[in-house]
Each structure stands twice: as C-alpha cells, then as structure tokens.
Design a protein around this ligand. Structure first.
Ligand code: ACO
Length: 311
C-alpha cells in the first residue's frame, strides 16, 4: 500500500489587491514588487472571513474531489500561523463545522512549511494502519498580522486556504520520499513580534536560507525516491518569491512550464501556498496521472519540508 493525496481543494478570497493599490498606501511601486518577488496581486479576506472559514471552503472542495464524506475522516490536521484564536484550534472548529465524527484534530505550527509537516504526519498514521483518511489543510489570514505601513513585508503576503485528503493508494503511487527539517537559530529572522503582533522579517537572511534549502531539499527527495532530477514532471515550491522558486527549478534542470507560479496572483499565503498551487495544477489539467511531483516548502522557524510523489 502507498499513501497519497486522494483529492485537493482550495479557496481564495474574492477581494483582489494589486501592486498599484499598494502604491497608494506605502512607498513602493509595481515594477519593484514584480521584479523582486514576481507578485502581481494578492487576495485579502474581508473582516467577516477568518482563517477557519477559508479552511472550511477549501476542505469541502478537497472532500468532494476525493469523494470522501466528512463523517468518514479519521483525523484533521490544520497548518496555520494565523488561527482564529490560539484555542480552540482551527482543526477543532473545522471538525464541528464539517460534521466529522468526534475524531482527533489539531493544528500544526511550522509556518510556510506547515502543509508539508501536516502531510508527512498524516502519512505516518496511515502507514501504521491507525487511521485511513486524514484531512490536511493549510490556511492563513496573513493580512491580520501584516503591518500595512511596512513596505518590506506588506507587499509580500496574501490570504487563502488549500486542502488535501490523505489516504491509501495503490503500491508505487503516492508519497515516495520526504524530508523535514528545522533550525531554530534562524527564528530571529522571521517571526511574529510580541510587541506589535505583526510579522517581522529579515528579508535578506530568509532569502539566503531559502535559495540554499529549497533546491537542496528538492534534489534530496528526488534522489531518495530513486529518480533523476530531470524526471520531475511538476515542481510545486512554496510560493514566496519567484526568484527563490526559480533557484529550485534551475537546480532540478526542468523547463519553466513545469513549475507552479501562483505567487503572481496570490502572493505568499504561507502554509496555504503549496496546497493552493497543487489544487490549481490538478484542476487545470497541468498535473496528470502518474506525474512525478516535488512539493517543497520553507518558512519561519526556520522550517522546511519536501516530498516526491507519484500523482
Ligand atoms: N518597495 C520598494 N522598495 C522596497 C520595498 C518595496 N516594497 N521593500 C524594500 N524596499 C527597498 C529596501 O528598503 C532596500 O532599500 P535600501 O537599499 O535603500 O535599504 C531595497 O529595496 C532593496 O532591498 P533588499 O532587501 O536588498 O531587496 P531584495 O532584493 O533582497 O528583495 C525581498 C527583498 C523580496 C523581501 C527578498 O529579500 C525576499 O524575498 N526574501 C525572502 C522573503 C520570504 O520569502 N519571506 C517569506 C518566508 S515564508 C514565511 O514563513 C512567511
């Protein structure tokens, strides 16, 4: 038996905020944002939509695509750094709202690598036969911890949610290899400030870490899975910055159209970025049966995680 993703879903708020819109509130410009980050616009949730609402919509889509009923889930894992409240967890809220049974549910805190941590945690429960179907969600309302007067950070982030149902698949399909890691000494470079509650980021240090770690983890999981770099059919890197993503793509040596680039439309949605890009890739037909995929994320912590999988 393998462990794979049975279905994916995503939700993004309807409210589009363009780079031109940001020019009106901070000293920045469309050209700077595009060339330094690849971001053209992002979605920002209204006041009445919180992190768990977006998680709920994305989860409903994923359950539908997987053809799994909420009451048949065995566990819910939600990756987020922007829960509605520290407790109850978003996963607890989701358990009730989806109408799942009284199953285990908890949030996972690994910043932008959170979805990867969630999927790999789910895999362990399924491989040991403890559970069969686990909903994993990455959901963020980063706009509520963004300082809208700080041009260094406010141009980067957006809101959204992505989800996947993880479950058993036939042998040879699903997750082939994974890598997870963390380095707390880098926590000082990316964190939520105790004083202001806003995101603080040392952009240059995070950039240096990410351009090293993302390509390395991508290659590691491909090799662990017994494949060559050029065998990769589709790369889904954490959608933070196109230049960091390009470093991973170039290291694998794959063509431009083999990498998800939803960062253009949504900015950095932290733990939601990989499942959103994955769900879009499936729905658009870019990801096809048996494709070899690499999903790779990095984020505050510092944390990172990657998987190679057969779709
Ligand atoms: N508009 C215009 N100018 C700006 C802006 C802006 N929005 N932001 C910064 N600048 C200025 C800076 O002040 C600086 O000016 P100075 O030289 O006069 O001081 C200049 O632009 C260049 O700044 P750099 O930091 O050198 O720009 P860089 O090319 O490194 O790009 C960026 C900055 C985009 C933040 C980059 O460092 C980056 O992407 N880092 C990684 C960030 C990231 O991925 N974070 C998310 C991690 S995931 C998570 O867990 C949330």
């Amino acid at each position: 038996m393998g462990v794979g993703l049975l279905g994916t879903g995503h939700y993004v708020p309807t409210n589009v905020v363009s780079n031109k819109d940001l020019e009106k509130i901070v000293d920045t410009n469309d050209e700077w944002i595009r060339t330094r980050t690849g971001i053209e616009e992002r979605r920002i949730a209204d006041d009445n939509i919180d992190t768990s609402d977006m998680a709920f919509y994305a989860a409903q889509n994923a359950l539908k695509e997987a053809n799994v009923k909420a009451e048949d889930l065995d566990m819910i894992l939600v990756a987020t750094v922007t829960p509605d409240t520290p407790f109850p967890s978003v996963a607890n809220t989701l358990q009730d709202r989806l109408g799942a049974g009284k199953i285990a549910s908890m949030d996972v805190s690994a910043a932008c690598a959170g979805f990867m941590y969630g999927v790999i945690t789910a895999k362990q429960f399924i491989e040991t036969s403890a559970y069969e179907k686990i909903l994993v969600v990455g959901t963020e309302k980063l706009s509520k911890i963004t300082d809208w007067t700080d041009r260094n950070t406010c141009v980067l982030f957006g809101d959204g949610a992505g989800a996947a149902v993880v479950g058993p698949v036939s042998e040879g399909k699903g997750i082939l290899s994974f890598e997870l890691g963390s380095d707390g000494s880098g926590g000082k470079d990316l964190y939520q400030s105790k004083e202001t509650d806003y995101i603080f980021m040392n952009g240059r240090e995070v950039f240096k870490f990410a351009v090293r770690q993302m390509p390395e983890s991508s290659v590691n999981v491909v090799e662990k899975a017994g494949y060559q770099k050029e065998d990769v059919d589709y790369l889904i890197p954490h959608q933070a910055n196109i230049r960091i993503m390009e470093a991973a793509r170039e290291r694998l040596g794959i063509a431009e159209d083999k990498m998800a680039t939803s960062v253009k439309k949504y900015g950095n949605t932290s733990s939601a970025s990989i499942p959103i890009a994955l769900s879009e890739g499936v729905k658009s037909g870019k990801i096809k049966d048996n494709d070899l995929l690499v999903l790779v994320g990095f984020g505050g912590g510092l944390t990172w995680g990657a998987v190679a999988l057969h779709w």
